[in-house]
Design a protein around this ligand. Sequence first.
Ligand code: 1CP
Length: 336
Amino acid sequence: MSKLSDCIINKKISSKPIWFMRQAGRYLPEFRKIRKENKDFIKLCLNPDLVKEITLQPISRFKLDAAIIFSDILIIPYGLKQKVEFKKGFGPTLGEIEFEKIGNFNKQDFINRVSPVYKGIEKTKKKLKKTNLIGFAGAPWTLLVYMINKESPKKSFNIRNFFNDEERLLMLMLKIEEFIYLHLKKQIEAGADTIQIFDSWAGLLPENKIKKFCIDPTQRLVEKLKKLGQPIICFPRGINKKYEEFCKIVKPDCISIDYDIEPSWILEKASGIPIQGGLDPKILLGPIEDLKKNITKYISTFSNYPYIFNLGHGVLPETKPETIDFIVKFIREKND
Ligand code: 1CP
């Protein structure tokens, strides 16, 4: 059994599997080269051969325990015929969408639009032996935010007016949920053996709305997905103390923590659920002694607990590939 599965499924504590969110991406020169030749990001995500090549780039460089399929959470809005563009230095821009039509959107049309993702998974899977292949999607709330806001909330986001028609939002999330489920099911059928759900913007929610907009929809999704037999990792970024309630209600197979979460706190609150991640990606840009100290904090806090080493968010584009190599070797020396 692979190290990642052993940790999540068997709750094995002896060796700590390692992978990095956004491990395939802009910090790698070999990715930047392909990206330069492929100006249309969505088209790149829909090219199975390049998806395979990019997914495997970090696997050939570093001794990692999981590959994550090269794709994007915004493939779902694209599949629902919302225009999605990535402008250099600006992030994603989305087009208009008639939300009322999502409910009747033909499932087969959706699958046809995004099927190269599944083909990419099949091709990648053939090249991997003991390395897990992670499929993923955005959580209902995070997708709703992008689909309504039409650009990154980093650029602008008006939370006050967002909840004017709460019932409508909840209904839209239910519709989006169906497509997230379908997309993840297809990824599992194509060969993804672990799933991660990214709720990257859960931290935008006021505390009294976290249950309704993050915890409840994710719980419904996880309950359905668990029946497909592959482990589910959840990453509800930015919900602070609500991580405890999230673990109790959603019961994911593994909980991925952000860098605001104190490792010793979550150790007590995660109800025995395997934990992943935590290290602030900015630490990778600083002095090596700081980096060592921080890695050691996570590894030693979770020494008697099933723990997957990862960051508290994605690898930053400024990160040196040598730093990733250093981290992997540093942890392996301590643990293997
Ligand atoms: O060259 C470029 O400009 C493209 C950069 C890029 C890359 C490499 C984007 C645009 N997406 C990706 C790939 C990607 N996205 C992966 C697979 C690669 C890997 O992890 O190794 C994954 C898992 C994602 C997931 C993703 N996309 C999330 C969730 C994780 C997170 O970082 O919070 C989110 C929020 C997105 C949206 C998105 N896509 C791309 C960018 C720059 C963003 C963030 C936009 C924003 O800041 O709001």
